[in-house]
Design a protein around this ligand. Structure first.
Ligand SMILES: Nc1ncnc2c1ncn2[C@@H]1O[C@H](COP(=O)(O)OP(=O)(O)O)[C@@H](O)[C@H]1O
Ligand SMILES: [Mg+2]
Length: 257
């Protein structure tokens, strides 16, 4: 498998806190990489730096052979990296459809001329989008697809997470970053969500996924490989079994450093 994302020596500080301290992370095309480590070890910061939310203070990011170091969030997204956030970013007042389409920033940039004078084209585009959204939702849950115009507010957490993943997938990314997708869900819901994500991915053979997740059973089940962070550094990487057996990893989790 070829390298899709290559982060080298990536660093980021916040005041006196070194959130990322020279990490090297490679993600191969089509793999599921688990990013694990204690709270505060830099996992979310890694996502934020890769996706252009924060500029790195050192290091480089290459994606599909292109230098994306310090590229804007919009540019990174257009190049094919999509993500979900640790805290839900759904607008509960909007419908399922609207929430999913909000993610499709590629299509939102037409300006007022388009809105005023190309109404028929716009309507056609909306129909196409609705079909696209419906098809995506269908792959997760027929229930969601049946009524994409329903309000988001009344839906259980697992449905909201599915919506967030659909939103990220709307752009047909080559790399999907999932930041603690199971937060606020039961074990059973987590298992179902992961089943869904894997099933959807089965139809997107070269989609790579990086997942930050505290539930080790999930990590073991869904990942091809893991990278472990502690205090902003990469302490270990390899298959799940090798990684959890590593004394450095055990010490990181027991917190006796
Ligand atoms: N926007 C920010 N402003 C200030 N400090 C931050 C910010 N983001 C992260 N940090 C700090 O950087 C460290 C790593 O945080 P984070 O990447 O969120 O860890 P994780 O996702 O592994 O729990 C923590 O000490 C955190 O407080
Ligand atoms: Mg985090």
């Amino acid at each position: 498998m070829t390298a899709l994302l290559e982060a080298e020596g990536l660093s980021r500080r916040f005041g006196g806190i070194v959130a990322l301290d020279g990490v090297d992370v490679t993600v191969r095309s089509g793999e599921v990489l688990g990013l694990i480590g204690p709270n505060g070890s830099g996992k979310t910061t890694f996502f934020n730096v890769v996706t252009g939310i924060f500029a790195p203070h050192g290091g480089t990011v290459r994606f599909a052979g292109e230098d994306l170091t310090a590229a804007s969030a919009q540019k990174v997204y257009e190049k094919g990296i999509a993500r979900t956030f640790q805290r839900s970013r759904l607008c509960l007042d909007l419908s399922v459809f609207e929430n999913v389409v909000l993610g499709n920033g590629k299509n939102l940039d037409r300006g007022i001329f388009h809105a005023l004078f190309r109404r028929r084209a716009l309507a056609r585009e909306m129909d196409a989008q609705l079909a696209h959204v419906r098809a995506l939702l269908e792959r997760f849950d027929p229930e969601l697809a049946r009524d994409p115009l329903q309000a988001t507010a009344g839906l259980p957490m697992i449905q909201r997470r599915r919506i967030e993943v659909c939103r990220a997938l709307m752009a047909s990314p080559r790399l999907l970053l999932l930041d603690e997708p199971s937060a606020g869900m039961t074990h059973e819901e987590t298992r179902r969500l992961m089943d869904d994500i894997l099933a959807v991915r089965a139809g997107m053979s070269d989609l790579a996924i990086v997942i930050v997740e505290h539930d080790m059973a999930t990590i073991e089940r869904v990942t091809d490989r893991c990278v472990v962070f502690n205090f902003g550094r990469k302490v270990c990487e390899g298959p799940y079994r090798a990684v959890v057996a590593d004394p450095l990893v055990q010490r990181a989790y027991l917190g006796d450093e």
